[in-house]
Design a protein around this ligand. Sequence first.
Ligand code: GGG
Length: 359
Amino acid sequence: MTAAQQFRIAAIPADGVGTEVVAAGRAVLDAIQASSGGRIAFDWEELPWGSAYYAEHGVLMPDDGLDVLRGKDAIYFGAVGWPTVPDHVSLWGLRLKICQGFDQWANIRPVTFLPGITSPLRKADDTDLDWVVVRENSEGEYAGFGGRNFGARGEKGEVAVQSSVFTEVGCERIIRFAFDLARTRARKKVSSVTKSNAQQYGMVLWDDMFRRVAADYPDVETESVLVDAMSAKFVLHPEDLSVVVASNLNADILSDLGSALAGSLGLAASANLNPDRRYPSMFEPVHGSAPDIAGQGVCNPIGAIGSAALMLDHLGLPDEAKRVQAAIEATTAQGVRTRDVGGTADTETVTRAIIANLG
Ligand code: GGG
């Protein structure tokens, strides 16, 4: 018998429904391991980081947290954010610390239309919508440069400055990534999104880089669209989309719009990739911690389970990734759905159905 392939994975459920959906994803991965005939072994380390950890330690993760994660093959993340901690503190203290600390510069967010789920966009003759938002994940509006001056000029004198940073290297690598991805898809097209009429420095550099990189990919269709017009296009002409590449903030907003159009934010999976593979990549649902429904066992686990499929693919297990994605599709087609997508099933029922559908 050949030795099992071992994968060291850190689980960081973090806050709110993050704990519920990571448990669901782990149950699916346990089933993949169990059905592999000893071929695959996931070696988990679950880390208790997040807003509860902050209440005890004053930080979202320990100072040596990146060292703890460094030797892992992947990180499986839930969601961060809880009403007891200011949102910018929790985001910067955990998710962004990991994404930026490990140079996970490519955030892939597929917009997937699942069978049996009503979408405001789906028409009877139009069942094969799917596109991917590629989010620049290391700089742009999330560079973290700025400051606040607390009223140095007296009453109502406060000033806050937040600077975006666009670098030639940062723009080129994410745009090139988008073109390489487009070449693997049926529709070979990249739509670049900026607001470069108003953001006349950084986003004009982005547009310049887009034109330069596009010249290396004459077989790929291109378009440059302003973010406001792209929001309308998501709704009015989604059939014209394949790969959409945008800066950190614009892509974050567009991917939420895309997943809502596909039926629910709870469905959307994502991968934060360090494509150079010097550091571990991180896989997480697009959604946040949803304090309004946390702890009730009713959240949608599909975004997290889809993220587990992306992780399997990244780990070199494409057949297992396809099995998980097919099981998700079989489950929604059977009408086993949480309430955000019109069903009555709870998180556990959907998870069990996906496991049963692994085949
Ligand atoms: N699982 C994704 C997550 O936890 N998101 C929390 C959030 O507030 N994200 C904002 C962002 O990353 O831009």
